[in-house]
Design a protein around this ligand. Structure first.
Ligand code: ADP
Ligand code: TRP
Length: 338
Protein backbone atom coordinates (compact mmCIF):
# COMPACT_ATOMS: atom_id res chain seq x y z
CA UNK A 1 0.00 0.00 0.00
CA UNK A 2 1.14 3.57 -0.62
CA UNK A 3 2.27 5.47 2.50
CA UNK A 4 -0.02 8.43 3.32
CA UNK A 5 0.70 11.38 1.08
CA UNK A 6 2.59 9.35 -1.51
CA UNK A 7 -0.05 9.92 -4.14
CA UNK A 8 0.23 13.67 -3.72
CA UNK A 9 3.86 13.41 -4.79
CA UNK A 10 3.14 11.11 -7.69
CA UNK A 11 3.62 13.13 -10.87
CA UNK A 12 1.69 12.05 -13.93
CA UNK A 13 3.64 12.38 -17.12
CA UNK A 14 2.00 15.01 -19.27
CA UNK A 15 2.29 14.41 -23.01
CA UNK A 16 1.58 17.27 -25.39
CA UNK A 17 1.68 17.81 -29.13
CA UNK A 18 0.11 19.98 -31.79
CA UNK A 19 -0.45 19.85 -35.51
CA UNK A 20 -1.10 22.71 -37.91
CA UNK A 21 -4.29 22.83 -39.98
CA UNK A 22 -2.38 23.76 -43.10
CA UNK A 23 -3.55 21.02 -45.51
CA UNK A 24 -4.52 17.37 -45.79
CA UNK A 25 -2.57 15.15 -43.41
CA UNK A 26 -0.13 12.68 -44.92
CA UNK A 27 1.77 9.49 -44.06
CA UNK A 28 4.66 11.56 -42.65
CA UNK A 29 2.31 13.30 -40.20
CA UNK A 30 0.68 10.01 -39.30
CA UNK A 31 3.76 7.88 -38.64
CA UNK A 32 5.97 10.74 -37.40
CA UNK A 33 3.57 12.36 -34.99
CA UNK A 34 -0.05 11.15 -34.86
CA UNK A 35 0.48 7.46 -34.26
CA UNK A 36 3.14 7.99 -31.55
CA UNK A 37 0.84 10.56 -29.92
CA UNK A 38 -2.12 8.17 -30.06
CA UNK A 39 -0.05 5.34 -28.58
CA UNK A 40 1.15 7.59 -25.77
CA UNK A 41 -2.37 8.49 -24.68
CA UNK A 42 -2.41 5.33 -22.54
CA UNK A 43 0.81 6.27 -20.80
CA UNK A 44 0.00 9.55 -19.16
CA UNK A 45 -2.01 12.68 -19.27
CA UNK A 46 -2.34 13.42 -23.01
CA UNK A 47 -2.96 16.92 -24.40
CA UNK A 48 -3.26 17.36 -28.18
CA UNK A 49 -4.31 20.45 -30.08
CA UNK A 50 -4.88 21.87 -33.55
CA UNK A 51 -2.35 24.67 -34.00
CA UNK A 52 -4.53 27.18 -35.85
CA UNK A 53 -2.61 30.25 -34.60
CA UNK A 54 0.54 28.70 -36.09
CA UNK A 55 -1.17 28.16 -39.44
CA UNK A 56 -1.63 31.96 -39.71
CA UNK A 57 2.08 32.38 -40.46
CA UNK A 58 1.68 30.75 -43.88
CA UNK A 59 -2.03 30.27 -44.70
CA UNK A 60 -4.03 33.42 -45.41
CA UNK A 61 -7.41 32.07 -46.49
CA UNK A 62 -9.96 32.17 -43.65
CA UNK A 63 -12.34 29.59 -45.15
CA UNK A 64 -9.49 27.24 -45.86
CA UNK A 65 -8.27 27.51 -42.28
CA UNK A 66 -11.78 26.75 -40.98
CA UNK A 67 -12.15 23.73 -43.28
CA UNK A 68 -8.65 22.42 -42.56
CA UNK A 69 -9.21 22.74 -38.82
CA UNK A 70 -12.29 20.56 -38.96
CA UNK A 71 -10.49 18.12 -41.28
CA UNK A 72 -7.59 17.73 -38.84
CA UNK A 73 -10.08 17.11 -36.01
CA UNK A 74 -11.79 14.40 -38.08
CA UNK A 75 -8.46 12.87 -39.17
CA UNK A 76 -7.04 12.72 -35.67
CA UNK A 77 -10.21 11.30 -34.11
CA UNK A 78 -10.60 8.78 -36.95
CA UNK A 79 -7.01 7.62 -36.47
CA UNK A 80 -7.59 6.81 -32.82
CA UNK A 81 -7.34 9.92 -30.70
CA UNK A 82 -9.74 8.98 -27.92
CA UNK A 83 -11.48 11.94 -26.26
CA UNK A 84 -12.02 9.80 -23.16
CA UNK A 85 -8.26 9.53 -22.75
CA UNK A 86 -6.91 12.74 -24.30
CA UNK A 87 -7.73 16.40 -24.03
CA UNK A 88 -8.21 17.66 -27.61
CA UNK A 89 -8.83 21.29 -28.58
CA UNK A 90 -8.31 24.09 -31.04
CA UNK A 91 -5.34 26.28 -30.06
CA UNK A 92 -7.17 29.64 -30.34
CA UNK A 93 -9.78 28.49 -27.81
CA UNK A 94 -7.02 28.77 -25.19
CA UNK A 95 -5.78 32.31 -25.95
CA UNK A 96 -3.65 32.36 -22.78
CA UNK A 97 -0.81 30.89 -24.88
CA UNK A 98 -0.43 34.17 -26.75
CA UNK A 99 0.03 36.06 -23.49
CA UNK A 100 2.62 33.60 -22.29
CA UNK A 101 4.35 33.84 -25.69
CA UNK A 102 4.89 37.57 -25.01
CA UNK A 103 6.45 36.90 -21.63
CA UNK A 104 8.74 34.29 -23.17
CA UNK A 105 9.67 36.45 -26.16
CA UNK A 106 11.26 39.04 -23.85
CA UNK A 107 13.77 36.39 -22.73
CA UNK A 108 14.39 34.89 -26.18
CA UNK A 109 17.64 36.04 -27.79
CA UNK A 110 17.21 36.90 -31.48
CA UNK A 111 20.05 34.47 -32.20
CA UNK A 112 17.90 31.49 -31.07
CA UNK A 113 15.29 32.34 -33.68
CA UNK A 114 17.78 33.26 -36.40
CA UNK A 115 19.21 29.77 -36.16
CA UNK A 116 15.87 27.91 -36.53
CA UNK A 117 15.84 25.72 -39.66
CA UNK A 118 12.11 25.97 -40.32
CA UNK A 119 12.35 29.74 -40.68
CA UNK A 120 15.62 29.61 -42.62
CA UNK A 121 14.22 26.95 -45.02
CA UNK A 122 11.04 28.89 -45.73
CA UNK A 123 13.04 32.06 -46.31
CA UNK A 124 15.51 30.28 -48.59
CA UNK A 125 12.69 28.90 -50.74
CA UNK A 126 11.27 32.37 -51.50
CA UNK A 127 12.04 33.93 -54.83
CA UNK A 128 14.17 37.11 -55.00
CA UNK A 129 12.05 40.13 -54.15
CA UNK A 130 9.61 38.06 -52.05
CA UNK A 131 11.48 38.57 -48.75
CA UNK A 132 8.46 40.48 -47.37
CA UNK A 133 6.57 37.20 -47.27
CA UNK A 134 8.63 36.23 -44.24
CA UNK A 135 6.37 37.71 -41.59
CA UNK A 136 7.19 38.33 -37.96
CA UNK A 137 4.89 35.46 -36.92
CA UNK A 138 6.96 32.95 -38.88
CA UNK A 139 10.15 34.25 -37.30
CA UNK A 140 8.67 34.26 -33.78
CA UNK A 141 6.81 30.94 -34.18
CA UNK A 142 9.17 28.91 -31.96
CA UNK A 143 8.28 31.24 -29.07
CA UNK A 144 4.56 30.53 -29.49
CA UNK A 145 5.43 26.84 -29.72
CA UNK A 146 7.39 27.15 -26.46
CA UNK A 147 4.34 28.76 -24.86
CA UNK A 148 2.12 25.91 -26.18
CA UNK A 149 4.36 23.41 -24.43
CA UNK A 150 5.26 25.23 -21.22
CA UNK A 151 1.74 26.42 -20.40
CA UNK A 152 0.67 22.81 -19.79
CA UNK A 153 3.68 21.75 -17.66
CA UNK A 154 4.40 19.21 -20.43
CA UNK A 155 7.05 16.56 -19.86
CA UNK A 156 7.02 14.73 -23.17
CA UNK A 157 6.46 16.11 -26.67
CA UNK A 158 6.00 13.50 -29.45
CA UNK A 159 7.00 15.00 -32.81
CA UNK A 160 8.87 14.18 -36.01
CA UNK A 161 12.58 14.98 -36.26
CA UNK A 162 12.03 18.34 -37.98
CA UNK A 163 10.56 19.72 -34.74
CA UNK A 164 13.48 18.71 -32.53
CA UNK A 165 15.16 22.08 -32.75
CA UNK A 166 11.97 23.83 -31.62
CA UNK A 167 11.84 21.68 -28.50
CA UNK A 168 15.48 22.57 -27.82
CA UNK A 169 14.59 26.26 -28.12
CA UNK A 170 11.67 25.65 -25.74
CA UNK A 171 13.99 24.06 -23.19
CA UNK A 172 16.44 26.96 -23.46
CA UNK A 173 13.70 29.58 -23.04
CA UNK A 174 12.23 27.73 -20.04
CA UNK A 175 15.65 27.50 -18.41
CA UNK A 176 16.24 31.22 -18.96
CA UNK A 177 12.89 32.09 -17.41
CA UNK A 178 13.54 29.79 -14.44
CA UNK A 179 16.97 31.37 -13.95
CA UNK A 180 15.67 34.89 -14.16
CA UNK A 181 12.43 34.62 -12.18
CA UNK A 182 12.76 31.40 -10.17
CA UNK A 183 11.52 27.83 -10.86
CA UNK A 184 8.38 28.30 -12.94
CA UNK A 185 8.36 25.88 -15.86
CA UNK A 186 8.80 22.15 -16.32
CA UNK A 187 11.60 21.42 -18.83
CA UNK A 188 10.12 19.17 -21.57
CA UNK A 189 11.73 16.33 -23.53
CA UNK A 190 11.15 15.59 -27.22
CA UNK A 191 9.99 12.04 -28.03
CA UNK A 192 11.17 11.14 -31.51
CA UNK A 193 10.77 7.58 -32.77
CA UNK A 194 13.88 6.82 -34.77
CA UNK A 195 12.21 4.33 -37.13
CA UNK A 196 9.79 7.01 -38.36
CA UNK A 197 11.87 10.13 -37.67
CA UNK A 198 11.78 11.04 -41.37
CA UNK A 199 9.13 9.38 -43.55
CA UNK A 200 10.14 9.76 -47.23
CA UNK A 201 7.83 11.32 -49.84
CA UNK A 202 7.19 10.30 -53.46
CA UNK A 203 10.49 11.92 -54.54
CA UNK A 204 12.54 10.30 -51.77
CA UNK A 205 13.01 13.55 -49.79
CA UNK A 206 11.26 14.06 -46.42
CA UNK A 207 7.50 13.86 -47.03
CA UNK A 208 6.16 17.39 -46.57
CA UNK A 209 3.29 19.56 -47.76
CA UNK A 210 5.87 22.17 -48.72
CA UNK A 211 7.65 19.79 -51.09
CA UNK A 212 4.52 18.58 -52.93
CA UNK A 213 5.58 14.95 -52.40
CA UNK A 214 2.90 13.76 -49.98
CA UNK A 215 0.68 10.68 -49.86
CA UNK A 216 -2.50 11.60 -48.02
CA UNK A 217 -4.02 9.41 -45.32
CA UNK A 218 -7.60 10.06 -46.39
CA UNK A 219 -9.29 11.00 -49.62
CA UNK A 220 -10.53 9.23 -52.73
CA UNK A 221 -8.78 6.08 -53.90
CA UNK A 222 -7.72 7.25 -57.35
CA UNK A 223 -5.45 10.17 -56.44
CA UNK A 224 -3.80 8.15 -53.66
CA UNK A 225 -3.14 5.28 -56.07
CA UNK A 226 -1.79 7.76 -58.62
CA UNK A 227 0.58 9.32 -56.12
CA UNK A 228 1.90 5.95 -55.02
CA UNK A 229 2.38 4.84 -58.62
CA UNK A 230 4.34 8.09 -59.22
CA UNK A 231 7.01 7.31 -56.58
CA UNK A 232 10.34 7.94 -58.25
CA UNK A 233 12.41 4.80 -58.94
CA UNK A 234 15.80 4.27 -60.53
CA UNK A 235 16.15 2.96 -64.09
CA UNK A 236 17.66 -0.47 -63.36
CA UNK A 237 16.23 -3.37 -65.32
CA UNK A 238 13.59 -5.58 -63.69
CA UNK A 239 15.88 -8.63 -63.83
CA UNK A 240 18.77 -6.91 -62.07
CA UNK A 241 19.27 -7.80 -58.38
CA UNK A 242 18.79 -4.76 -56.08
CA UNK A 243 21.17 -5.31 -53.14
CA UNK A 244 20.26 -1.84 -51.80
CA UNK A 245 16.50 -2.60 -51.63
CA UNK A 246 16.24 -1.15 -48.12
CA UNK A 247 16.98 2.32 -49.55
CA UNK A 248 14.00 2.16 -51.93
CA UNK A 249 11.32 4.72 -50.95
CA UNK A 250 8.42 2.34 -51.62
CA UNK A 251 10.09 -0.39 -49.54
CA UNK A 252 10.56 2.05 -46.68
CA UNK A 253 6.89 3.04 -46.85
CA UNK A 254 5.78 -0.59 -47.19
CA UNK A 255 7.54 -1.37 -43.91
CA UNK A 256 5.22 1.12 -42.23
CA UNK A 257 1.91 -0.14 -43.62
CA UNK A 258 2.41 -3.89 -44.25
CA UNK A 259 3.00 -6.74 -41.79
CA UNK A 260 6.78 -7.20 -41.30
CA UNK A 261 6.84 -10.61 -43.05
CA UNK A 262 5.13 -9.18 -46.15
CA UNK A 263 7.52 -6.23 -46.32
CA UNK A 264 10.47 -8.60 -45.89
CA UNK A 265 9.28 -10.91 -48.66
CA UNK A 266 8.96 -7.98 -51.08
CA UNK A 267 12.37 -6.63 -50.09
CA UNK A 268 13.93 -10.09 -50.60
CA UNK A 269 12.32 -10.40 -54.04
CA UNK A 270 13.78 -7.04 -55.08
CA UNK A 271 17.20 -8.07 -53.81
CA UNK A 272 17.04 -11.27 -55.85
CA UNK A 273 16.00 -9.49 -59.06
CA UNK A 274 13.05 -10.21 -61.33
CA UNK A 275 10.52 -8.26 -59.26
CA UNK A 276 9.32 -5.07 -60.97
CA UNK A 277 8.85 -1.63 -59.44
CA UNK A 278 5.24 -1.56 -60.74
CA UNK A 279 4.38 -4.62 -58.62
CA UNK A 280 6.17 -3.08 -55.66
CA UNK A 281 4.08 0.08 -55.92
CA UNK A 282 0.86 -1.90 -56.40
CA UNK A 283 1.61 -3.81 -53.19
CA UNK A 284 2.32 -0.51 -51.43
CA UNK A 285 -1.00 0.94 -52.58
CA UNK A 286 -3.00 -2.13 -51.45
CA UNK A 287 -1.39 -2.17 -48.02
CA UNK A 288 -1.71 1.60 -47.55
CA UNK A 289 -5.37 1.51 -48.52
CA UNK A 290 -6.11 -1.41 -46.20
CA UNK A 291 -4.07 0.01 -43.35
CA UNK A 292 -6.46 2.95 -43.09
CA UNK A 293 -9.69 1.06 -43.89
CA UNK A 294 -11.11 1.18 -40.35
CA UNK A 295 -10.05 4.79 -39.86
CA UNK A 296 -11.69 5.71 -43.18
CA UNK A 297 -14.99 4.22 -42.01
CA UNK A 298 -14.73 5.98 -38.68
CA UNK A 299 -13.97 9.28 -40.40
CA UNK A 300 -17.12 8.98 -42.50
CA UNK A 301 -19.20 8.42 -39.37
CA UNK A 302 -17.61 11.41 -37.65
CA UNK A 303 -18.15 13.62 -40.72
CA UNK A 304 -21.86 12.84 -40.38
CA UNK A 305 -21.79 13.87 -36.76
CA UNK A 306 -20.08 17.25 -36.67
CA UNK A 307 -21.95 18.39 -33.56
CA UNK A 308 -20.25 15.60 -31.66
CA UNK A 309 -16.83 16.60 -33.03
CA UNK A 310 -17.34 20.27 -32.14
CA UNK A 311 -18.50 19.24 -28.69
CA UNK A 312 -15.27 17.29 -28.13
CA UNK A 313 -13.16 20.31 -29.10
CA UNK A 314 -15.20 22.62 -26.89
CA UNK A 315 -14.98 20.35 -23.85
CA UNK A 316 -11.24 19.89 -24.51
CA UNK A 317 -10.69 23.66 -24.65
CA UNK A 318 -12.50 24.16 -21.35
CA UNK A 319 -10.33 21.59 -19.64
CA UNK A 320 -7.09 22.82 -21.25
CA UNK A 321 -7.90 26.41 -20.30
CA UNK A 322 -8.11 25.63 -16.60
CA UNK A 323 -4.56 24.29 -16.58
CA UNK A 324 -3.22 27.00 -18.92
CA UNK A 325 -4.63 29.75 -16.69
CA UNK A 326 -2.98 28.21 -13.63
CA UNK A 327 0.47 28.04 -15.26
CA UNK A 328 0.15 31.52 -16.82
CA UNK A 329 -0.74 32.94 -13.37
CA UNK A 330 2.35 31.24 -11.96
CA UNK A 331 4.52 32.89 -14.64
CA UNK A 332 2.89 36.30 -14.08
CA UNK A 333 3.49 36.12 -10.34
CA UNK A 334 7.07 34.97 -10.81
CA UNK A 335 7.85 37.84 -13.20
CA UNK A 336 6.21 40.58 -11.14
CA UNK A 337 3.20 41.21 -13.36
CA UNK A 338 0.87 40.15 -10.56
P1 ADP B 1 4.65 19.37 -43.24
O1 ADP B 1 6.15 19.23 -43.32
O2 ADP B 1 3.95 18.52 -44.23
O3 ADP B 1 4.22 20.83 -43.29
P2 ADP B 1 4.15 19.60 -40.44
O4 ADP B 1 5.37 20.46 -40.31
O5 ADP B 1 2.81 20.27 -40.30
O6 ADP B 1 4.23 18.82 -41.82
O7 ADP B 1 4.28 18.42 -39.39
C1 ADP B 1 3.32 18.02 -38.43
C2 ADP B 1 3.92 16.91 -37.59
O8 ADP B 1 4.22 15.77 -38.42
C3 ADP B 1 5.26 17.28 -36.93
O9 ADP B 1 5.35 16.67 -35.66
C4 ADP B 1 6.28 16.74 -37.87
O10 ADP B 1 7.50 16.47 -37.23
C5 ADP B 1 5.61 15.45 -38.35
N1 ADP B 1 6.07 15.14 -39.71
C6 ADP B 1 5.79 15.82 -40.84
N2 ADP B 1 6.37 15.26 -41.91
C7 ADP B 1 7.05 14.18 -41.44
C8 ADP B 1 7.86 13.18 -42.07
N3 ADP B 1 8.06 13.18 -43.37
N4 ADP B 1 8.41 12.23 -41.28
C9 ADP B 1 8.21 12.23 -39.94
N5 ADP B 1 7.44 13.13 -39.30
C10 ADP B 1 6.87 14.11 -40.03
N1 TRP C 1 5.21 23.43 -34.92
C1 TRP C 1 4.56 22.16 -35.02
C2 TRP C 1 4.53 21.71 -36.51
O1 TRP C 1 4.59 22.53 -37.39
C3 TRP C 1 3.15 22.21 -34.50
C4 TRP C 1 3.15 22.64 -33.08
C5 TRP C 1 2.77 23.86 -32.59
C6 TRP C 1 3.56 21.87 -31.96
N2 TRP C 1 2.90 23.91 -31.25
C7 TRP C 1 3.39 22.71 -30.82
C8 TRP C 1 4.04 20.57 -31.82
C9 TRP C 1 3.71 22.24 -29.56
C10 TRP C 1 4.37 20.13 -30.54
C11 TRP C 1 4.22 20.96 -29.42
O2 TRP C 1 4.42 20.56 -36.76
Amino acid sequence: MNPPGALANFRVVRILSGIQPSGALHLGNYFGMMRPAIELQDQGDAYYFIANYHSMTSLFDADERRTNTLDVALDFLACGLDPAKSVFWKQSDVPEVTELAWLLSTLTPMGFLNRCHSYKDKKARLADGDEDKVNHGLFAYPVLMAADILIFDSNVVPVGKDQKQHIEVTRDIAAKFNNQYGETFVIPEPRIREEVAVVPGTDGQKMSKSYGNTIEIFGPEKPIRKKIMSIVMDSRDISEPKPDAEKNTAVQLLKLVAPPEVAKEVEDKLRAGGFGYGDLKKALFEHTWNYFADARKKREDLANNLDYVNQILKAGAEKARVLATKVLDRAKKASGLD
